[in-house]
Design a protein around this ligand. Structure first.
Ligand code: DX5
Ligand code: ZN
Length: 230
């Protein structure tokens, strides 16, 4: 995985057909997705439950590019190796998931994956200030984690701007997760984000037998975000 700050669209398979993940991943990649975002929920850190490492391993052969695994689980550390072995390229843990995020990030890199850290909407950027030399991605949640299809929280735009300034020249992606659509994408791209996760806005209206809609939806987000990155 090489580093760049070009806009990358990462459809979240939380909005895909759960009975058809393999074909869904292939369809979104064929339709222009840059990364595939995989939301793992445990019914404890967040209210919903999705799936675990076995499902990640099962879908891995259907993804040619980057498998971006977002862990909304607590604790994290006992499962890091399992998600790395499942083929995750990036493993993102929440700073709020426990008292030892530094140790978690060490474990992720030691397991051979890129390390990401996610911030809930109420969590300030100074919580990651002393972690900048050990992360490859910082995910700013623009909804409260746990469900797809929620409304974008606008107060996070200033947070993204401040985070972009704090990162400076470091090769750290800024990922936005929640409520991204063609209206909100340019706001976060302008603020300095380069990875845009989108669930509902990519999958709405399409299916594996009607995948052109995914392509249209992905292009609409990318076009809205492009040209505004600074
Ligand atoms: C929320 C998840 C998101 C979610 C985004 O807990 O982390 O990835 O699927 O979905 P939309 O784009 O529908 O807000
Ligand atoms: Zn996510």
């Amino acid at each position: 995985m090489s580093f760049d700050r070009n806009i990358k669209i990462a459809p979240s398979i939380l909005a895909a057909d759960f009975a058809n993940f393999g074909a869904e991943c292939e369809a979104i990649e064929a339709q222009g997705a840059d990364w595939v975002h995989v939301d793992v929920m445990d019914g404890h850190f967040v209210p919903a439950i999705t799936f675990g490492p076995a499902t990640c391993a099962a879908i891995r052969p259907h993804i040619k590019g980057v498998m971006d695994v977002h862990l909304m689980i607590a604790p994290v550390d006992p499962y890091v190796e399992a998600f790395a072995n499942a083929g995750a390229d990036i493993i993102t843990a929440h700073v709020e998931a426990g008292p030892h995020i530094h140790r978690t990030l060490q474990a992720i890199r030691a397991a051979g994956a890129k390390a990401g850290v996610a911030l809930n909407p109420a969590t300030p950027i100074n919580s990651v200030e002393h972690l900048l030399d050990m992360v490859d991605l910082i995910c700013v949640m623009t909804v409260n984690p746990g469900f797809g299809g929620q409304k974008f929280i606008h107060s996070q735009i200033d947070k993204v701007k401040a985070l972009r300034a704090m990162i400076g020249d470091r090769p750290i992606h800024i990922e936005i997760d929640g409520g991204v659509d063609p209206t909100t994408a340019p706001l976060v791209a302008k603020a300095g984000a380069d990875v845009l996760v989108a669930g509902s806005a990519v999958f709405k209206g399409g299916s594996v037998s009607n995948p052109d809609v995914y392509g249209k939806n992905i292009r609409a987000i990318r076009d809205a975000a492009s040209g505004v990155y600074v």
